[in-house]
Design a protein around this ligand. Sequence first.
Ligand code: 9WN
Length: 430
Amino acid sequence: VQLHPSSDDVRIQIVEESMTVLRHNDLGGYTVPAHGLYPFQWNWDSAIVASGWAVFDEARAWQEIESLFSGQWEDGMVPSIVFHKPSTTYFPGPEIWGTKEKPSKSTGITQPPVAAMSVRFLYEHADDPLLAMSEAGKLFPKLLAWHRWFYKARDPFNTGVVAILHPWESGMDNSPAWDEPMRFPVDNLQPYVRCDLNHVHPEMRPTKETYDHYLTLLYRFKNANFYDPDKLYHISPFRVTDLCVNCILFRANRDLRWLAIKLGRQEVVAEIDAWLDKGFQGFESLWDEEAGIYKCRDQITGKLCPAAISAGFLPLFAGVVSEKRAARLVRTLEQWLEQVKYGVPSMDPADPRFEPLRYWRGPVWIIINWMISNGLKHYGYDALANRIKDHSIALTSESGLFEYFNPVTGEGEGGHDFSWTAAMSLAWMD
Ligand code: 9WN
């Protein structure tokens, strides 16, 4: 079959394949990102996947978010992974995390808070407004509790931007932005066996040295009274102001505010407005004028993380950028795109650390493309926004519904039949 992004037949085929992938990855009320490689419910994956389900099964879409919040902690945190059923194909699983419940029901860290954005999306696109009203009404206090947790546990000094304490919390696990903050010495670890390398080639995944750092953090957090949030912020050797989490949190706060008004919860609007005002100021300290992009900041050293990464464009998605800076970001993005066939690479392709195959150190991720494209539209850069969407359609239709893609060759990499790539095909690229 000659695949071409503009052909209707191809689009119909992708939509059908995407629905098949979501059904296939459905374990009964929640969707795994990919069988084998990721056999549990992941936080931001599920929130994104809900928008895909919404296109053809509204009730199932709401159920996805509800099942994610079934893992919410009493203090409001929503963990990065919920372990509904055991599985032996992922490491580190529940036996390693060992949270207070026995058996462990989740990890002890979080992930980018996409859920409020998804609840608004589901509400706005609802064919069943009564269901939407009742589901959004049930979820609203849970979303609010999670956002409150972020500010209390991860911004105790009220800077307006929150910290991540583990690269897994950013969703961009082995991003080059973490190279400097991850230079802390690793602890003496028990020997361990990774499962990811049974599913994908080692060239695509983080290195052993990176995993040793991930596990050092995990065990230190577990030893701190089982992931006690008041302790973690102070003991973690890795503490970073991450752009992915902060831009998503900012945008999600705007959607939470929108929901508060729709649901008659005006009394919380002032609290959300305060987060937005303070957050807006917080982004100022992350702009690198010379590089023409936003950067993450290492809170331990106080320095900006030198690597320019795709999350550096996400302030467009948050909507915290001046017109002048938006123009500068667009110039930077165009320079990146000149160097690869398909955008948006996860790091600056001119950086010597750029690796087109390795996870968050080069490859294109469709969910990030959606966010960047959405932000560009908001600032009036429609042609560039559409170019990124066309690249995304070309990648999925020519290579398949992979976890991520090589920006130089367009080949699909990592896991295949991947849920959030399928969901994006349904909710964004249709
Ligand atoms: C750790 C599931 C998750 C995504 C992350 C992605 C990857 C896990 C891993 O897979 O992370 O959470 O083991 O590599 O980096 O963004 O949520 O798709």
